[in-house]
Ligand binder design. Structure first.
Ligand code: KIV
Length: 293
């Protein structure tokens, strides 16, 4: 299990600065890497949430989320796999396209590079990141790993592909680590994560997800970097926060890590609605006359 832890009315990308977001005309409201940078300077937090389809992307964008992440957690929550390993690049591209279509106003869409889409070589990773950008319309990609992916990050950034890093618990390495425990507890591991964060920044990322690391370490990294940190299970000092939509909406019920706050209980809402629908059909109460032609 992952760490677990429109119609096209999309506005043109105008690199509108965050300071202009509140009062700007619609076409300057779209979040870009520049917006994220300026939000950090102003101490304004970034709200990121995963999304995998058109309908939820539309709702999250309407509600003002800054970044929609088409996470490879789709392997878990959409496909029902135990890990993020099985999801393919083509599947990620398909879902990212749906999410991009849902955004009409504000949110930047970031698509995860799935397992084995970049590990073989820098060139292959670069080509696959290019596919994501060209075939989905996403605003950037996310890649797991530290120093071992800095050449990838450099190559992509130089070509104009915005890259988000991902450190701490990196679920694509589950078979290497064997556990989803908190990372960066030991001094050595904490130092490694700090070095990785600095190396990613130097290579050109615009933000870094910090997953399941101590809040004190995340604070140190956030203060050390000029690029933004987005935490999940990394305490309150990060420049932004991300949660998997199924967790925050209460669609997943068996997954209870302490970093998840449930803002709704949709699983029960859905079950109640379907039970009522079933009962109405069985008893002949649906459809009624006004619902018929
Ligand atoms: O795949 C995902 O959803 C993620 C977030 C949990 C950061 O990587």
């Amino acid at each position: 299990m992952k760490s677990r832890t429109k119609t096209t009315t999309a506005r043109p990308l105008t690199n509108g600065s965050a300071s202009s977001i509140a009062n700007a005309p619609a076409e300057t409201r779209r979040v870009t890497t520049r917006t994220i940078r300026e939000m950090k300077k102003r101490g304004e937090k970034v709200t990121m949430v995963t999304a995998y389809d058109f309908t939820f992307a539309r709702l999250f964008d309407d509600a003002g989320a800054d970044v929609l992440l088409v996470g490879d957690s789709l392997s878990n929550v959409i496909q029902g796999n135990e890990t993020t390993i099985p999801v393919t690049l083509d599947e990620m591209i398909y879902h990212a396209r749906l999410v991009v279509r849902g955004v009409r106003e504000h949110a930047m869409v970031i698509c995860d590079m799935p397992f084995m889409s970049f590990q073989v070589s820098v060139e292959e990773g670069f080509r696959n990141a290019g596919r994501i950008m060209k075939e989905t319309g996403a605003g950037g990609i996310k890649i797991e790993g530290g120093e071992r992916v800095t050449d990838h990050v450099r190559r992509m950034s130089e070509a104009g592909i915005p890259v988000m890093g991902h450190l701490g618990l990196t679920p694509q390495s589950i078979h290497q680590f064997g556990t989803y425990r908190t990372r960066g507890i030991t001094k050595d591991e904490a130092n490694r994560i700090k070095q990785d964060a600095k190396a990613l920044q130097d290579a050109g990322v615009f933000a870094i997800v910090l997953e399941k690391v101590p809040a004190s370490l995340a604070k140190e990294i956030t203060e050390m970097l000029t690029v933004s940190t987005i935490g999940i299970g990394a305490g309150k000092h990060c420049d932004g926060q991300v949660l998997v939509m199924h967790d925050l909406l209460g669609l997943t019920e068996e997954f209870h890590p302490r970093f998840v706050r449930r803002y709704a209980t949709l699983a029960e809402t859905v079950r109640t609605a379907i039970r009522k629908y079933d009962s109405d059909i069985k008893k002949g109460r649906f459809p009624n006359e006004s619902e018929s032609y």
